[in-house]
Design a binder for this molecule. Structure first.
Ligand code: ZN
Length: 317
């Protein structure tokens, strides 16, 4: 039987000042802004989507930027590190690039075989890494500010901290089609598809404090399912597993269900399509404010409520 879950769809986090967030992800990291819209549950707040050229599942990092948001705290029961994938040969390039833009980072550390990681934070304190590896066959893309051979290919992995890993591991393996593929020390790696972009690392950190939601923390992790039919099937399995998934919600670019995993992280299962080219041309993704039909009549009010932002990634050469 085909798997109902293929891997990671997107990661959504909370940020502060919108322009600062946009400059960091499109400018310094060189991701593409693939959609500028609003939070469908709070339309006075932006929802920014960054990703590869097309915003393919496994590359999509999204933010709700709230100016003046209270900072959260990394800790147990939270997804604390989102890791992007770059080639092994790009280590020096990225160390120099982060230095140039005054982003502090840790020295490269070997993790599992064939991967070295450096850790840094975005301007709101969100935990990020680059993993230097040669196992990622995705092509990468560039706007011109970052040479193609050094560009981010998408996610590599995410890192969730838990008191113990067993309950979340049980959910991943029994309900969400994942397998344990590697472990070392307190790190347990799961994947539905064994390839960069899909690794879920659970770290047992019983001595850490509990995380607190707020600026610089992840709001939820979304897994990818092929279509509405597979989404209904996985929803059924989630319910049978004793969890409480929401009804299917239309997110315009995909359809979603949400539920809380036993360690406290909010999980989503999102459909692979229809994707970001549904309401603007592929060449112009992210350039104008897109609203779902239910908010189009309030466009004037919404445009006044959100602060204008400039997309100028090539300024960050
Ligand atoms: Zn989401």
């Amino acid at each position: 039987m085909d798997k109902l879950i293929s891997g990671i769809h997107h990661v959504t986090a909370l940020a502060g000042e919108p322009q600062q967030n946009l400059n960091f992800y499109t400018g310094i990291l060189g991701l593409r802004m693939v959609k500028k819209t609003v939070n469908f549950d709070a339309p006075e707040v932006y929802h920014f989507y960054y990703g590869d050229e097309h915003g393919k599942p496994g590359s999509i990092m999204t933010f709700f930027p709230y100016e003046g948001i209270q900072k959260g705290r990394h800790g147990k029961g939270m997804l604390n590190v989102t890791t992007f994938s770059v080639p092994s040969s790009s280590l020096l390039y990225w160390e120099e690039r982060l230095k140039k833009f005054n982003v502090d980072f840790t020295p490269a550390q070997d993790r599992f075989d064939g991967e070295a990681a450096i850790y840094f934070q975005d301007p709101d304190g969100l935990g990020l890494e680059l993993v230097f590896n040669d196992s990622d066959s995705r092509p990468g893309f560039t706007y011109g500010a970052i040479p193609l051979e050094h560009s981010i290919k998408g996610f590599y992995s995410v890192e969730i901290w838990q008191e113990g890993y067993e309950r979340t591991a049980g959910l991943l393996t029994e309900v969400l089609d994942h397998q344990l593929i590697e472990e070392k020390g307190n790190r347990f790696r799961f994947a539905a598809t064994n390839a960069p972009g899909n690794y879920i690392d659970i770290l047992c950190t019983p001595d850490s404090r509990r995380g607190l939601g707020g600026g610089g923390t992840v709001h939820h992790l979304a897994f990818c399912t092929a279509n509405k039919k597979s989404q209904m099937e996985v929803r059924e399995k989630i319910s049978e597993g004793g969890y409480n998934p929401t009804p299917v919600l239309d997110r315009q670019y995909f359809e979603s269900i949400y539920f809380r995993e036993p360690g406290g992280v909010l999980f989503e299962v999102a459909t692979a399509g229809p994707g970001f080219a549904i309401d603007e041309e592929q060449e112009h993704l992210g350039e104008s404010l897109k609203l779902p039909s239910q908010y189009e009549s309030k466009r004037n009010l919404i445009e006044k409520a959100v602060k204008p932002v400039q997309l100028n990634p090539t300024k960050f050469k």
